[in-house]
Ligand binder design. Structure first.
Ligand SMILES: *[C@@H]1O[C@H](CO)[C@@H](O)[C@H](O)[C@H]1NC(C)=O
Ligand SMILES: *[C@@H]1O[C@H](CO)[C@@H](O)[C@H](O)[C@H]1NC(C)=O
Ligand SMILES: *[C@@H]1O[C@H](CO)[C@@H](O)[C@H](O)[C@H]1NC(C)=O
Length: 418
């Protein structure tokens, strides 16, 4: 078996060398990229028990739960999968009595689910295809955020000013809460499909839970994103992300590096939504990340489905608690501070001041502390770093109800955002 593979590789190499000679410099880099891509595909994709071809072009691999990528992590070699949280969290999860300003919209399904379920004992994993890697700015760093350092920013909260790290080349429009004992965060996110102007740019709506210094923080992030450099298209997809060093060397989206342990056979990370909000309906979905009282895992919940967890042992300070929480939008572009401003939009593509049915919203942002109850973050503040391009605002349509967090903007194309 091995001999045959080696022989095939030699043949391939001989063929490539020959072609490279013949085709000159440009093609050489392309062929090198192809070789790199093949190696990377072998590392990322796991043997599949069943493959589901989704109507939208995605392929979902049903992978044996004990052969998922997490087991490639040195800390998780002998990890024993836990299928359910120890603490029955659902009892407290819905105890929230505050009245929202508008009623919740419908939650879409994941498009691939129409093409059939994964069998018991497997987890659905979005397959990385050759074209995803070949379109990515970097094959080596595929699935990671581009690293451009972290900038310290002063953030004004209701009763204090804090310093927080903002990733370089990112525009944020967020609500920030600061505390010392966050062990959970959740919100319901309106789902949109904002314009992304170039394949090396992306836009998200998400929750960040963070711990650490401004320039060296650990985080767990989750929400939806449009990210052609990872997914090869401009559809809106569910994602999770983690890092232990502000993204410098560790972490990635979804299962694109070992870390997240998936337990759900129903929800796939990176899968597209069946619907996004339009003129008629505002679609939304709730996401939640919370740490079990056994201290071992940060569980990720999508709607009512527990998707899996980040083992707390991956983290240092975040092993125990988070100290900062962000809710809102994030646009990344290598040209975010250049003129003309990139055309990548945030949220629904309109400014927060357009409010309901036009601007993107986040409903009921919450943190959990050691009481085990979800609360509105306090102290909190609104933070934007490109106010002419993207904005954020807490606004209640009905005076005595809890406001929605509106955020977003069109990027370029807007009079002051040039
Ligand atoms: C799959 O697992 C669930 C929960 O353990 C069980 O109720 C169900 O019968 C199983 N289905 C099959 C086809 O084995
Ligand atoms: C973060 O910044 C502080 C102060 O500027 C510096 O001392 C420290 O080495 C930095 N840490 C990292 C990981 O860059
Ligand atoms: C700000 O408010 C929070 C929550 O009410 C409180 O815990 C904290 O001590 C306050 N901080 C300052 C500096 O007053």
């Amino acid at each position: 078996m091995t001999a045959i593979i080696v022989e095939k590789r030699m043949l391939l190499l001989t063929f490539l060398c020959f072609t490279v000679e013949a085709m000159g410099r440009e093609s050489k880099t392309l062929l090198e990229k192809q070789l790199l891509a093949e190696e990377k595909l072998k590392l990322i994709n796991k043997p599949t028990l069943k493959s589901i071809q989704s109507a939208d072009g995605d392929v979902i691999d049903c992978v044996d739960i004990y052969k998922q990528p997490a087991f490639d992590h040195p800390l998780l070699k002998n990890h024993i999968i836990k299928m359910k949280p120890t603490y029955d969290h659902s009892r407290k999860r819905n105890k929230d009595s505050s009245q929202a300003t508008t009623s919740a919209g419908p939650t879409p399904t994941q498009t691939w689910q129409k093409s059939g379920p994964c069998p018991n004992g497997t987890v659905p994993i979005l397959r990385v295809q050759r074209h995803h890697l070949l379109n990515a700015p970097s094959i080596e760093n595929y699935g990671r955020k581009p690293w451009n350092g972290v900038v310290e920013h002063e953030i004004h909260l209701s009763n204090q000013t804090i310093a927080a790290g903002i990733e370089g080349l990112h525009a944020y429009a967020v609500l920030i809460g600061s505390g010392y004992n966050y062990i959970g965060a959740k919100a319901s996110l309106g789902i949109y499909n904002p314009w992304v102007g170039a394949d090396d740019e992306y836009t998200t709506c998400q929750i960040w839970l963070r711990h650490g210094e401004y320039n060296n923080s650990e985080s767990i992030e989750l929400g939806w994103m449009v990210n052609p450099s990872v997914f090869g298209d401009k559809t809106t997809r569910f994602f999770v992300y983690w890092t232990t060093d502000s993204g410098k060397e560790t972490g990635c989206f979804n299962l694109l590096c070992p870390g997240f342990v998936q337990t759900s056979s129903e929800i796939a990370l990176g899968a597209a939504f069946s619907h996004v909000s339009g003129d008629e309906l505002q679609y939304e979905f709730s996401v939640e990340v919370w740490k079990d009282f056994d201290e071992e895992r940060w569980w990720v919940v999508y709607g009512d489905t527990t998707v899996g967890y980040y083992p707390a042992s991956l983290f240092g300070g975040l092993w125990r608690t988070a100290t900062l929480v962000f809710f809102g939008g994030d646009v990344y572009s290598p040209r975010i501070w250049e003129s003309p401003h990139p055309s990548t939009a945030m949220g629904s593509g309109t400014l927060a001041s357009y409010h309901f049915m036009d601007a993107a919203f986040i409903r009921q942002p919450r943190i959990m502390d050691f009481s085990g109850y979800y609360k509105y973050p306090d102290p909190f503040g609104i933070y934007v770093n490109q106010a002419y391009c993207y904005s954020a605002e807490n606004y209640a349509e009905i005076l005595w109800t809890e406001p929605l967090l509106y955020y977003g903007g069109p990027g370029w194309n807007f009079p002051y955002c040039q």
